[in-house]
Design a protein around this ligand. Structure first.
Ligand SMILES: Cc1cc2nc3c(=O)[nH]c(=O)nc-3n(C[C@H](O)[C@H](O)[C@H](O)COP(=O)(O)O)c2cc1C
Length: 175
């Protein structure tokens, strides 16, 4: 809740940000997982039709299609596999910058989870569920008012490996 939000875009509103915690093993997380699986399948079919029409796009969309196929085959990673799936909803304003606000919020949650030695996983497919009546009914908020995104949190089964990143100095230009 302490993460920045776009006050100028949404105005004075106590309900600018909401959290929805899905616990593993409940009926609600099962429904959420099913609806998200359907959404992934829809996306996969969309891309299949697209490359049937424009085969030259195949190499660009292939990695994302493989990810969608994995969701269709095995379910959404973190939804029903981690102890908690958390949806963050942010009020849409003018200009519509709710996803930026949610990203700040999720980053704060990620840092806190890490400090608590918990595992944290972004579940980006969640953002696409904001226009889905059934999913939003589950949250009990109307379609259209909020943008959403989500994450999964739990105890990591293995230690997260250290990742190397490109050299910041090389990526930075002083002007
Ligand atoms: C906007 C954004 C969305 C992401 N969505 C997902 C996701 O849905 N599922 C996932 O496993 N990782 C997701 N990630 C994590 C990236 O896959 C990960 O950060 C990237 O592969 C680099 O790996 P590293 O952060 O471990 O170095 C996302 C990252 C960003 C910035």
């Amino acid at each position: 809740m302490m993460a920045p939000y776009a006050a100028q875009a949404v105005g004075e509103n106590e309900e600018f940000r909401r959290f929805f915690v899905f616990e593993n093993g409940t009926k609600s997380i099962e429904i959420a997982g099913d609806l998200m699986g359907k959404k992934a399948e829809e996306g996969l079919n969309h891309f299949k039709n697209m490359i049937a029409e424009k085969p030259f796009l195949k190499s660009r969309v292939q990695p994302f299609m493989e990810k969608l196929q994995m969701i269709v085959d095995h379910g959404v990673l973190g939804v029903g596999t981690a102890p908690y799936f958390i949806v963050v909803a942010e009020l849409r304003g003018v200009p519509p910058v709710e996803q930026e606000s949610i990203a700040h919020c999720l980053e704060n949650m990620w840092l806190k989870a890490t400090a608590l030695e918990l595992g944290f996983h972004l579940v980006s497919l969640t953002s696409q569920m904001a226009e889905e009546e059934e999913f939003m009914k589950l949250l009990d908020i109307p379609v259209g008012n909020y943008g959403i995104n989500g994450c999964a949190i739990g105890y990591p089964s293995s230690e997260t490996p250290r990742k190397s990143r490109p050299d910041t100095k090389k990526a930075t230009k002083w002007l």
